[in-house]
Ligand binder design. Structure first.
Ligand code: SD4
Length: 309
């Protein structure tokens, strides 16, 4: 009862990202190209949590994390990348053009520039500037649950030029017409994070994992919690043992709860997954997480994830 091709991605912004991915998948394109083009849409839009318009770290600097994986188990990642618009494409270049998996900070930026990526302005977007100056008043660091669905800044949702309120860190996984799986994940990380902090999104097996024999998964939410259980690797391994995507995501969330149920109550983590048959599923800690599922021209739909709490 699965679908092929299929693409799914995190949060409401996933709808727009899926459209770009579907364009490729529906024309017999590769899942790898689809997951790159898909999340580039989000990197290009002004939003709190992805791309150069996103919230900065505590020092006021936007630093970006991204990862990509193809059907052969190849992977590329960048972390703490500054002033580059499309970290997902730099991650892909790391995968395809270097003997390495991950480049960080200055070295990642240098590599991006050498590959022809333009060095963008350091300036914060107007929305991020506003959110940052509000944050500076208290300089209180506490991740806000479902921030991606509330808009800009951790305190008050702000209407964006396009009238939309929903923005996100984006993770995307896809199965193409040839039955191959790929995935991508890109983010500015937690808003107002410590300088140098890296989350789960650029870490293979944490924010993203693809195994072409079994399935693919990506994560969103408090990256520290995802890293500590090797979240998406766990989801894929659970699918290998026969669990459905939704069951596997639930088990991974359960692992987080079991470790520290008190802490889990205050955090959001969400997983989404697809398997080789094109079935999809999700699970999260707190209500309010959703994901976009697309497997036909007229089927690109936002689905509310079931939650532990
Ligand atoms: C991080 N997981 O840097 C990312 C943030 C995120 O929804 O996904 N927010 O921890």
């Amino acid at each position: 009862k699965g679908n092929k091709p299929i693409v799914i991605s995190t949060w409401k912004e996933g709808i727009n990202a899926n459209k770009a991915a579907w364009q490729i998948l529906s024309n017999k394109g590769k899942a790898l190209d689809a997951v790159e083009a898909g999340v580039m849409v989000t990197e290009n839009s002004i939003n709190c949590c992805v791309g150069l318009g996103a919230n900065p770290d505590r020092d006021g600097i936007v630093t970006l994390d991204a990862s990509i994986m193809d059907e052969n188990g190849n992977a590329g990642c960048v972390a703490a990348l500054e002033r580059i618009k499309h970290p997902i494409s730099v991650a892909r270049r790391v995968m395809e053009k270097t003997p390495h998996v991950m480049l960080v900070g200055e070295g990642a930026q240098k590599f991006a520039v050498s590959e022809g990526f333009p060095l963008e302005d350091q300036k914060l977007s107007a929305d991020a500037e506003k959110a940052y100056s509000t944050w500076l008043k208290t300089a209180n660091y506490k991740p806000v649950i479902n921030i991606e669905n509330r808009g800009h800044g951790p305190f008050a949702p702000v209407n964006l030029p396009d009238g939309s309120l929903n923005h996100d860190t984006i993770g995307m996984v896809a199965l193409d017409a040839f039955g191959n799986l790929s995935g991508s994940c890109t983010t500015s990380g937690m808003g107002f994070k410590m300088r140098g902090r890296v989350g789960d999104s650029p870490i293979i097996g944490a924010g993203l994992f693809v195994d072409n024999e079994v399935g693919a998964a990506t994560a969103t939410g408090v990256g520290e919690e995802v890293i500590k259980i090797c979240g998406t690797h766990l989801v894929v391994e659970l699918m290998r043992q026969g669990l459905s995507p939704a069951e596997a995501c639930k088990k991974a969330v359960e692992r987080i709860v079991k470790k520290d149920s008190k802490k889990a109550k205050d955090n959001q983590v969400g997983f989404i997954a697809i398997n080789k048959a094109g079935e999809h599923g999700a699970y999260c800690l707190q209500k309010g997480f959703n994901y976009a599922v697309c497997y036909a021209n007229d089927h690109n739909q936002l689905i509310d994830s079931a939650s532990w709490f």
